[in-house]
Design a protein around this ligand. Structure first.
Ligand code: LMR
Length: 329
């Protein structure tokens, strides 16, 4: 186990030409589980670039993609233990910290990109980030990825009944699991990094994810069917440990916050579009069969999944559930 002192590997480097002489470089580690050519992968790089620019190279953010440092199951504890400084887990995995996060997993919670941004940048998003404080975590920002789609090998999925008897890898979220159970499908909660192998070895028939994850991890090469359902939101909460945050100078805090704000605005403009572009690439380059839900079919899915709102209202908090329902209207 590393002590806190070893957290900031400091290198003596001349980072400016003033008379103060050599200053220590501050190095932060940013760990995440997805590929680099995804909304989160690119946002993490952008953040690192902005921090470096604004600090004249004094502060360095080292980005570790693809779960090369920690899996999604490990990264929250690694953050709490001070072994990594920034993580951006999918909000679906934060139920282990507070059940409130389940609100973002409710089926069809955000009908559009605009509704998602309104919810995340408004009261719902703020409350959720604040809830991290009780775990000693500083919630810095929401970085949306996009909407989830469904892939499978077993058979085309168009109507909710088509899910029956099929098995899927899902993220670590009881609110998501309840939706699959409601459709009589088997749901296996497992890490993102095991998903490719689960699909390859046929341990599950399919999975649900955003196009950017389906594309960058090549799940589409292993699956016969892709249903464009947009049935749920997938996005990230960017976080630091409060302890590490408190140890920083005001100047460092300002640079980190400013860079985070600019990165978030940049990601908000690009993330959803990136998923759409990668869907085009999948269409052009693979033989996967793509099924777009009609409005009528979508309505059937909503009707089948709607009881999940009531089922989790108490656990998530009825106020939050009501607030998110307003965005659906
Ligand atoms: C997943 O586990 O499928 C996603 O949360 C991965 C990610 O971080 O986008």
């Amino acid at each position: 186990i590393f002590g806190y002192q070893s957290l900031f590997p400091r290198e003596e480097i001349p980072y400016d030409d003033d008379q103060e002489g050599l200053k220590e470089q501050i190095v932060f580690k940013f760990s995440h589980v997805v590929a680099e050519n995804t909304p989160k992968g690119l946002a993490a790089q952008k953040f690192a670039e902005l921090v470096s620019e604004k600090s004249n190279g004094h502060i360095k953010i080292e980005v570790f993609p693809n779960g090369s440092l920690y899996s999604d199951i490990e990264e929250i504890n690694a953050l709490k233990d001070g072994q990594v400084h920034f993580i951006a887990p999918s909000t679906s995995k934060l139920g282990m910290l507070s059940p409130q996060w389940g609100v973002l997993d409710l089926p069809f919670a955000f009908p559009t990109r605009e509704a998602a941004l309104e919810g995340l940048n408004g009261d719902i998003g703020r409350q959720l980030l604040q809830s991290l404080q009780s775990d000693g975590i500083k919630g810095l920002a929401h970085w949306p990825n996009g909407f989830k789609q469904i892939t499978s090998n077993k058979g085309p999925i168009q109507n909710p009944e088509d899910m029956e008897g099929q098995s899927f890898r899902i993220m670590q979220s009881n609110v998501i699991e309840a939706q699959f159970n409601r459709l009589n499908a088997d749901a296996l909660q497992d890490s993102f990094n095991s998903t490719f192998q689960l699909l390859e070895e046929g341990k599950v028939d399919g999975e649900e994810n955003t196009i950017s994850n389906i594309y960058s991890k090549k799940f589409y090469n292993l699956q016969k069917h892709l249903t464009i359902s947009n049935h749920g939101y997938l996005g990230y909460a960017v976080m630091m440990s409060e302890k590490v945050w408190d140890e920083q100078t005001e100047e460092t805090k300002e640079i980190l916050l400013e860079s985070m704000q600019e990165t978030s605005a940049w990601n908000n403009r690009r993330a959803f579009a990136m998923n759409e572009e990668q869907l085009m690439t999948i269409k052009q380059n693979s033989s996967i069969q793509i099924h777009e839900l009609t409005d009528e079919q979508k309505q059937e899915w909503k009707t089948a999944l709607d009881p999940v709102y009531e089922e989790f209202s108490q656990e998530i908090g009825s106020k939050l559930v009501e607030e998110i329902k307003e965005l659906r209207a």
